[in-house]
Design a protein around this ligand. Sequence first.
Ligand code: C2E
Ligand code: MG
Ligand code: MG
Length: 951
Amino acid sequence: MVVCALVLAAAGIAPAHALEPVSVPVETLALDLSNAIEYRRESTETIQVSTAPGPDGIVRRIEVRSRGTEANPTWVVFHLANNTDQQLDRLIVAPHFRLAGSGLLWPDLGASRIAAITPSQGFAPERQPSQDADVFLVTLDPGSVVTFVAELRTRDLPQVTLWQPNAYKDSVNAYTLYRGIVLGIAGLLALFLTILFVVKGSMMFPATAALAWAVLAYLCIDFGFWNKVFHVEAGADQLYRAGSEVMIAVTLVIFLYAYLNLNRWHVRYSHVVLMTLLALSALFGVAVYDPSIAAGIARMVLAGLGVLGFVLIIAMSLRGYDRAIMLIPTWLLFIAWLAGTGLTLSGELVNDLVQPALAGGLVLLVLLLGFTVMQHAFAGGSIADGLINDAERRALALTGAGDIIWDWDVTRDRIYTSAEAEESLGFKRGALEGPARDWLEVLHPQDRDRFKATLDAVVEVRRGRLAQTFRLRAKDGHYQWFRLRARPILGNDGEVIRCVGTLLDVTDAKTAQERLLHDAVHDNLTGLPNRELFLDRLSAAMTRAQADAAARPAVFLIDIDRFRQVNESLGLSVGDSILLTVARRLGRLLKPLDSLARLEGDHFAIILVSEQTPERVAAFADAVRRAIRAAIAFGEREIFLTASIGIAMYDREQREPDDIVKNAEVAVAFAKRLGGDRIETFRPSLRIAAGDALTLEADLRKALERDEMKVYYQPIVRIEDRSVAGFEALLRWDHPKRGRIPPTDFIPAAERSGLIVQLGLFVLERAAKQLDAWHQSLPGGDKLFMSVNVSSRQLLRHDLINDVKAVLARASLPKGALKLELTESLVMENPEFATQVLARLKELGAGLALDDFGTGFSSLAYLQRLPVDTLKIDQSFLKGNGRNRLVILKSIITLAHDLGMDVVAEGAETDAEAAELAGFGADYAQGYLYGQAMTADDVKKMMEKAQKARA
Ligand code: C2E
Ligand code: MG
Ligand code: MG
C-alpha cells in the first residue's frame, strides 16, 4: 500500500471544495455520511484533493495515489470535524450490499466498497474485520478537521455511516439475533414442507418446499450466513445472490403451476410454464456470466409473476375453483410485499429497517403458502393424496361407478344394500335390509323363483357368480329393473359366508330394450296391453263394426271391489299376485278376437267382439264376474274378490273409442255405488244418475210429498198349481221429467241420503194396508202374504222394530203374512246385531225372507243361524247353462227344506224354467212368467180372473 501524502503549503490557492466538514457530535451513535460525500472520478492513478480548512483556516492539498487494484478507481472525499474537546473513536462503515436503491434492472448486488481510506492528517484508518461491510476505525483529535479520501472498489458507495464503535456492535448483535430467528423459521419451514412431501406425495408439497428452500438460500446469503460458512471472499457473493433470486422466481412459477393444477385446465398452461422454466433456467447461465443481468431479470419476473398470478387466481376463483380462492389473501400480501420491495429497490423507500423487514415478509409469505397448501392437502381427507391401497381404490371405483353395494351375509341371512337402492325405490333407509326372504316381497312375482333358485344354487355349489336382472317394486307400486352381480365368499370351512357384489339400476336400459321388443304399450306387471293399446284396438274394432252391420263390440270395465283394502292388509306383493291371477283368469275367457287390457291398478278392460246378442254378452259378463269371485288361494288362506263390472255397447253413435270407455266408466261407477259386486250395462239414465246425483237426491226428497212413488206388486205363485200365494211390493218412481226410474237407480241414492228410512216405511205401510184390504175383500185373499224389501239402513236403525210393530198392529195381519226381505250382504254387515233384530221381528209376527240368495256370501253356516223362514234364490240360478248350476240349485232347495224354509225361485220367465223348478221341488216362484210387478187394481183384476177361471 503506497500512500503519498503531500502537504502543500499554498495559502494563496483556495481550490473549490463542495462540501462542508461534517461535525461529529459526541452523543450521536450513528451518522449517515451518504450525503456528505463527494465523488471524484479521475482517470489517473493519483488524485489531488484540497482539504477542508482547519481551525487555522488553512486549506491544504493532498495527493493520494491509487493502490492499483482498479483501472479507473472512483474516489470519495469527505471531511469530518471534531469540534469537541475530547478524542473521538468512530467506525466508518460501508455495507457491501444494500437493498435500498440497489435497482430493479442491473441491480447492485453488493461487493466490497472501500479499498482504502487516506486521512489528511493522523493515522490511516484501520480496517476492522467484517464479512458484510467495509469497516474502518478512525480517531479524531479534539478540535481537528480531517479530510478523508477513500478509494472505492465499486463505482458507487450506496451507504456509508459513521458509527460509535459500541453502538455498531450492538446493532450488529441485534440484527444477528433477528436474522437468526428469521433463518430458523425459514429453515424449519423448508424442512417441514419437505417432510410433508415425503409423507403426502402431492405435487403441491415439493413445489412449496422448493420455494421455501430458495427463500432460505436467499436469506442465508443476504444475512451473510453463507459467507461465514463457506468462506466466500467478502462481497464476492453476487453470483449466489443472483442465483437465489432466480431460484425464487423459478420455484414460484412451479408452485403456481402445481398448486393451481394448471395442467388440468389446459395443456397450453403446461407449455407456457415449461417455456418459462426453461428460460429461467437459462438465467443461471446468465448469472455466471453477469449476476446483475440475471438478478435483474429474476426481479422483473417476480414482479410479473405477482401481477400475472393475481390475474390467474382471480380468473380461477371466478370459476369457483376453491384452491384459487384460498390463495387470494396470501397473494394480496405477496403483491404488497412486491410493492414494498419495488419501492425499496428503486430507492424511494430508504430505511435501515426495510431490508430486514422485507426478509421477514418473505418468510411470512412462505409460511402462509405452506398453510394454504397444507390446509388443502389435508382437507381432502386421507384419500386426497395419491397414496391409497388397492382396497380403497376399489371402494372408490365402486362409488365412482355409481353401483349399489349388495352384500348378503349368508350365515346371518342378512342382506345389506347401500342407501341408493332404497332411495331410488322411494323406500326408507333400511327397507331393503334383512333376511333374503324379505326380498321376495319386493321382487316382481315372476322374478321371485329365479332369484331364490340362484341364491340357493350359489350357496349350495359354493362357487359361480350371481348375475341376474330382476324387477323390484318401488314404493308407489311400479317396478324398476336392477342388475345384480355378486360372487360368493367362502369361509375357512369352505362354506359360503357371504355374497358380495353390486346392484345397478338398469331400468332405463331395460325399458329401452323392452320398448324395442315389446313396445311401450304393455303393462309391466301383467304384460297385458295398457290403455293406449286398448284404445287403439277399440278404435280398430269400431272401424270394423262400421263396415259390418252385425258387429257390435262391447266394452267391459272391470273394477275389483275394495282392492285397496287387499293391498293394505295383505301387502302390495300379494296384491300384485292377485292381479296376475285375475289377469290370467280373464284371459282364459276370451276368444281370439277379443282383447283384455289393464288400464291401471285394479282396472281391467275387455273388448268383446266374439259375442253380439245382449243375452250372450250378459252371459259373458256373468262368466267374468264368476271368474273373479272364485276363491284365490294364497298360501294357507283363500281370498274372495268381487268386481264391479260396467258394460257399454257400441251403437254406432259414438265417434271416439274414448266415448265408449266413458260410458262403461259411468256404468262401473254406478255398480260401485250400488255396493259393488254387480254388473251394470250403460244406459243414458245412468249418466243422469251419475251426472246429477245431487238433483236426484233433491227430487227424491219431494217425491213422497208429490206422490210420485208408487208401490207395485209382483205375484209369487205356488209352483204346483200356479195359484197366487202372495206378492212382493216393489217401488216405482214416476219422475215428472225423467219418467219411470227403476228402484235399482234410486234406492242407492235414497240410502246415501237417509231417505230410505222414510221410503221404506212408506212401502211397509202401503203394502200392509193393501194386504189387509185384500185379506178383507179379495176372494181367497185371506191366505195371501206380502213381501217387503228392507234395506240395510233400515235394519240398522232401532226404529225398524217399532215401525213393524206399529204397522202390524194397525193392519191386524196374521202371523207371517207380512214378510221382510233382506239380502245376505245386509245381514253379514253386522251379523250379531242383525241376528238379534231379526229374532225380535220374528217375535212380533213378521216373516223373514232372505233375498237374492246365491249372489252374496251364500254362507250356509249363517243360514242355519238366521231365523229366516223363506229363501229367495236369485234369478241368476235360472239362467246360464253351466253343468253345476242344476246341481247347486237342487242342493240349495234341498238344504233350505232341511232347515225348514220355504223356497222362492226368482226370475222364472219360461215354462221350461218353471218345470225345472217343479222338478227340484221348489215351493214358490216369482217371475214374468206369472206376472210383472203391477198396480193394486191390476192385482184385483188378475185375482178375479183367476177366481172365475177356477169356478
Ligand atoms: P229384488 O228384491 O230381488 O226384486 C226382484 C226384482 O226382480 C224386481 O226388480 C223384479 O221386477 C225383478 N224380476 C221379477 N221377475 C223377473 C223375471 O222373470 N225376470 C227378470 N229379469 N226380472 C224379474 P225391480 O222391481 O227393478 O227391483 C229391483 C230391486 O230393487 C229389488 O230386487 C229390491 O232389492 C230393490 N227394491 C225394490 N223395491 C224396494 C223397496 O221398496 N225397498 C227396498 N229397500 N228395496 C227395493
Ligand atoms: Mg226383493
Ligand atoms: Mg231378489
